[in-house]
Design a protein around this ligand. Structure first.
Ligand SMILES: Nc1nc2c(ncn2[C@@H]2O[C@H](COP(=O)(O)OP(=O)(O)OP(=O)(O)O)[C@@H](O)[C@H]2O)c(=O)[nH]1
Ligand SMILES: [Mg+2]
Ligand SMILES: [Zn+2]
Length: 305
């Protein structure tokens, strides 16, 4: 008879490829290998495990997942980057220069994956003259109805409001490299920095930069996940229906002549009419059209339709 208590589960705090660091419900840290487990466990997963002693564990199974975050790998495939995420904290800053199209794509992903999006303009401590462009970006998304906060991980501006948004939720920080996600994590999670060092040491990599997504449990419940920054975030193949979920301002207008209108060249299109008279930002419609054209070129798009 095995002594395994299969009702025990542990959280994957970080996955370095196949090397995982787990935290049990009692707060014990264990190392494990993710080999031969399907699906491969990722940061945020809950796993059944067997304690092998000496700080080692064997993973028996991955528990059913809640919402996930994924990213494109190669041209058509996507990879799960984190599991059991509730909320996407999409970070931008005056520096590096904000890229609204990157923010648009994160928003599409959030809608399609069922994650609540919140936009964070970080580094609000910088002089107003440097913040003008970021303020415009903030105003555009605020007008679209998204929750948007002006914060600073350095001076703690806006962090109480952000904590209210994070309470009890698993929130994943995403955004360009250098917008301040890790500094923000350290400002929000007591001891996160030392814990990051500890994780790297435990896994023997000696790395201290953000190269993998890490799960930081929050004292009052929930978690903050610090993800590696990106130069670009590409969407995996989506159907037009999915893509349109990322542009909620296109619905709620008068109906287009055709119920399945894709707001490209169709006659009597309410979205193009709204764009013409400025009710919809031309930048957003242009970006939608480009994403739609990309999706229409992929085999998956044809299959979905
Ligand atoms: N002025 C100001 N600078 C900040 C703030 N937060 C971070 N920085 C600076 O921005 C730079 C990048 O910060 P990180 O926290 O490493 O950025 P990151 O988003 O984690 O970057 P990646 O891990 O590469 O994705 C550092 O030089 C920080 O000192 C802030 O609130 N205000
Ligand atoms: Mg970082
Ligand atoms: Zn239309």
């Amino acid at each position: 008879m095995s002594e395994v208590v299969e009702t025990d589960w542990a959280r994957v705090l970080v996955d370095h490829g196949r090397n995982l660091l787990l935290e049990t419900e009692q707060g014990q840290r264990l190392r494990a290998q993710g080999r031969r487990i399907t699906p491969p466990p990722v940061t945020g997963d809950r796993v059944h495990f067997e304690d092998l002693g000496g700080g080692q564990a064997r993973i028996l199974a991955v528990l059913p997942r809640g919402p996930i975050f994924r990213r494109l790998e190669g041209r058509l495939n996507s990879r799960v980057a984190a599991a059991n995420v509730d909320q996407l904290l999409i970070v931008f800053a005056p520096l590096p220069e904000p890229e609204p199209e990157l923010l648009d794509r994160y928003l599409v992903a959030a809608h399609v994956l069922g994650l609540r999006p919140v936009l964070l303009m970080n580094k609000a401590d910088l002089p107003a003259a440097q913040c003008a462009q970021a303020e415009n970006v903030l105003a555009e998304y605020t007008a679209l109805g998204y929750p948007c906060l002006r914060i600073s991980g350095r001076t703690n501006v806006g962090l109480d409001a952000l904590r209210d948004h994070m309470a009890g939720m698993a929130s994943l920080l995403v955004g360009q490299s250098g917008v301040g996600k890790s500094a923000l994590t350290n400002a929000l999670v007591p001891g996160a920095l030392s814990r990051v060092g500890e994780l790297s040491e435990a896994l023997g990599t000696g790395r201290h930069t953000t190269t993998t997504t890490r799960w930081h449990p929050l004292p009052g419940g929930g978690a903050l996940l610090d993800a590696p920054g990106v130069r670009d975030f590409k969407l995996w193949p989506l159907s037009p229906h999915e893509l349109l979920q990322g542009f909620p301002e296109f619905s709620g207008l008068a109906p287009c002549r055709f119920a399945n209108c894709l707001h490209q060249y169709e006659p009597d299109c309410a979205v193009r009419a709204a764009r013409e008279d400025g009710r919809i930002p031309a930048r957003r419609h242009d970006h939608y059209l480009r994403l739609l054209a990309q999706m229409q070129q992929t085999p998956a798009w044809r299959r979905d339709n």
